[in-house]
Design a binder for this molecule. Structure first.
Ligand code: PMP
Length: 426
């Protein structure tokens, strides 16, 4: 038995499902998850000594590659001064200033410790600010696991078939209206009926939790317009897209300014960090300045701030996003080419360093219904064929893929060759 299999068996006795976050359990693809010993650059090394080219990147944060020296050294330096103060520290100020500079719509910023906390807090703020209860989200978008957001959610909630989780009171879920991603007429109808009760729209500006689905032309602009018309707050959940699709996030790519933005992943350089921020007028409603309560013992933690600042400093250097986008385009266009060559129907999506591929005969995939109609069995077989060859893809057909700057041309060529072998087997 492999060490991973042994660990998984052991883990299941004391950890529900053997994992601390559901998608890691390989439940939707079958088989035993690999346990990781260490990571470096584009690679993960499992406890059995096998190396994988990694296309998850810790689900997004590892844009610079694993174990980047600048981030590692920043963490070591900060750790030498203490792990947590529970009092303000200088790095928090620098972080807020830097985020505000890179994402100008975030005039004020509050740090938290996860993406879930960021979206949960932004929703409370939007409700507190507008005095309204109802929120709007889109089918297949995942915004973390706060109660009101576990309605028609993506990612693990989709993979595991619990779109409405037990434990979320119906009285709570009734305040969450859902609409189809990329379907503006449906949303307009929703606003025509409920517009005056709607506190906010929350959206992944590029959906990354039902595989990768970019916004249709005019969709995000339409959200902005509806929010303006009905006095609702527009929240871009850029936990995944922030510093991933461009330095200024999806809002810079599509040129739409949200009222609030949530961030996570890259902003912590691999440490547990999230943030929310936006218009000064709205952010001033947060405690202690305003009445909307929000807090965190470890918020603005000095080690997390040091890691995040080092990551943001590195990715602010010229050429980063061009290189990342070029690498991703090279990978995804070649995946498509080898699939075509072997008669495997495949559709692909890409925005910057974020990509998705779908086993479908459709030319494009633009919404949740289409994403869930893809050939999941083909994905499962492909996933395992790739894993055997040392290519680590997300263990679910409903997750986006992520590249890093550490992926070399040789890594990409190896991946394409492995995919060709995989497509042939399908
Ligand atoms: N929002 C989005 C768009 C996400 O992709 C995620 C996590 N993948 C979250 C929120 C929740 O973040 P976390 O897992 O850090 O709580």
């Amino acid at each position: 038995m492999s060490l991973s299999a042994e660990l998984f068996q052991r883990a299941q006795h004391t950890i529900p499902g053997g994992v601390n976050s559901p998608v890691r359990a390989f439940k939707s693809v079958g088989g035993t998850p690999v346990f990781i010993d260490r990571a470096d650059g584009a690679y993960l090394f499992d406890v059995d000594g096998k190396r994988y080219i990694d296309y998850i990147g810790s689900w997004g944060p590892m844009l610079l590659g694993h174990n980047h020296p600048a981030i590692r050294n920043a963490v070591i330096e900060a750790a030498a001064k203490g792990l947590s103060f529970g009092a303000p520290c200088p790095a928090e100020v620098t972080m807020a200033e830097l985020v505000s500079k890179l994402v100008p719509s975030m005039e004020m910023v509050r740090m938290v410790s996860s993406g879930t906390e960021a979206t949960m807090s932004a929703i409370r703020l939007a409700r507190g600010y507008t005095g309204r209860n109802t929120i709007v989200k889109f089918e297949g978008c995942y915004h973390g696991h706060a109660d009101s957001l576990l309605v028609k959610a993506g990612s693990g909630a989709l993979t595991l078939g619990v779109p409405n989780s037990p434990g979320v009171p119906a009285d709570f879920a009734k305040y969450t209206l859902t609409s189809e991603f990329n379907n503006l007429p449906q949303l307009e109808q929703l606003f025509a009926e409920h517009g005056n009760d709607i506190a906010c729209i929350i959206v992944e500006p590029v959906a990354g939790n039902m595989n990768c689905i970019p916004p249709a032309e005019g969709f995000l602009q339409g959200l902005r317009q509806l929010c303006d018309q009905y006095g609702a707050v527009l929240i871009f959940d850029e936990v995944m897209t922030g510093f991933r699709v461009a330095l200024g996030g999806a809002q810079a790519v599509y040129n739409v300014k949200p009222d609030l933005t949530t961030l996570g992943k890259i902003i912590g350089g691999g440490m547990p960090v999230g943030a929310f921020g936006g218009k000064r007028e709205i952010m001033q409603h947060i405690a202690p300045l305003g009445p909307v309560y929000q807090a965190g013992t470890l918020s603005g933690n000095p080690i997390a701030m040091a890691a995040g600042l080092a990551a943001l400093t590195e990715i602010s250097k010229p050429g980063v996003y061009q290189a990342l986008t070029e690498k991703t385009t090279f990978l995804i266009s070649n995946l498509k080419a080898v699939a075509d060559k072997h008669g495997v129907p495949l559709a692909t999506n890409q925005v910057g360093g974020m990509f998705g591929f779908f086993f479908t005969g459709e030319a494009t995939v633009t919404n949740f219904a289409q994403a869930t109609q893809c050939n999941i069995d083909a994905f499962k077989r492909f996933f395992h064929l790739m894993l055997q060859q040392g290519i680590y893809l997300a263990p679910s057909a409903y997750e986006a893929g992520f590249l890093s700057l550490a992926h070399t041309n040789d890594d990409l060529a190896q991946t394409i060759a492995a995919a060709e072998h995989g497509f042939k087997q399908l």
